[in-house]
Ligand binder design. Structure first.
Ligand SMILES: C[S@@+](CC[C@H](N)C(=O)[O-])C[C@H]1O[C@@H](n2cnc3c(N)ncnc32)[C@H](O)[C@@H]1O
Length: 193
């Protein structure tokens, strides 16, 4: 991995769930089911799901993920969360899920492996299941960093072929990152299998 995520978690402390996540739950009708949170980070979305009765597989490579994600959950809520500390590159197959959420995480998968990860995500989604998350485009300031993947709009659209696109919002503008100001080129995606 090319980033030290501890500063990111510190800066994100106290954040609320991300808009694509909310949109996905709206689309699913918020009936508790099975979710996968890829690159769960600080675990905000995983905890929200567990509190609402979802069974969650939370995946992240960062050391300390096991403790961080379930911190503050009641025992019965924590029991609904399975944390897998793993890189995306080492993941083999994902279990079936009604929701696959990957907030600002997939771009950090090695480009050589990314097509396999995306295929695993598509396979994991049950019919009617929803994917929500972000991909980065070629105008992004981090374009070209090693072990990251980037996609132009046509590439994103072809990845979503065969899905019902509920939201595809493209941001191409300057903004803040945990490393300071940067140019962001981000596709915010919500799509139904
Ligand atoms: C930008 S953070 C996003 C965290 C959270 N989903 C959010 O929206 O705030 C990216 C997360 O992906 C994880 N990550 C980065 N590269 C990874 C990889 N190759 N395999 C597994 N996890 C990775 C990091 O540890 C980090 O927690």
């Amino acid at each position: 991995m090319v980033f030290d995520w501890s500063r990111f978690y510190e800066e994100q402390g106290g954040r609320t769930v991300r808009p694509t996540f909310d949109r996905a739950l709206e689309a699913l009708g918020d009936r508790p089911a099975r979710a996968i949170d890829l690159g769960c980070g600080d675990g905000v979305e995983t905890r929200q799901l567990a509190k609402h009765g979802w069974e969650v597989l939370a995946v992240d490579a960062d050391p300390g993920v096991e403790q961080r994600v379930v911190a503050g959950l009641a025992d019965e809520e924590a029991a609904r969360v399975t944390v897998r500390r793993s890189t995306f590159e080492a993941l083999r197959q994902l279990p079936p899920a009604e929701l696959v959420y990957a907030g600002f995480a997939l771009p950090f998968c090695d480009p050589e492996h990314f097509p396999y990860l995306w295929a695993d995500i598509r396979d994991a989604l049950v019919p009617g299941g929803v994917f929500a998350g972000e991909l980065f485009g070629p105008h992004d300031e981090w374009f070209g960093r090693p072990h990251m993947n980037f996609h132009d709009r046509a590439g994103v659209e072809s990845m979503l072929a065969g899905m019902e696109v509920l939201e595809l919002v493209e941001d191409d503008r300057r903004g803040m990152s945990f490393e300071g100001p940067k140019h962001w080129h981000v596709f915010h995606i919500v799509a139904r299998a």
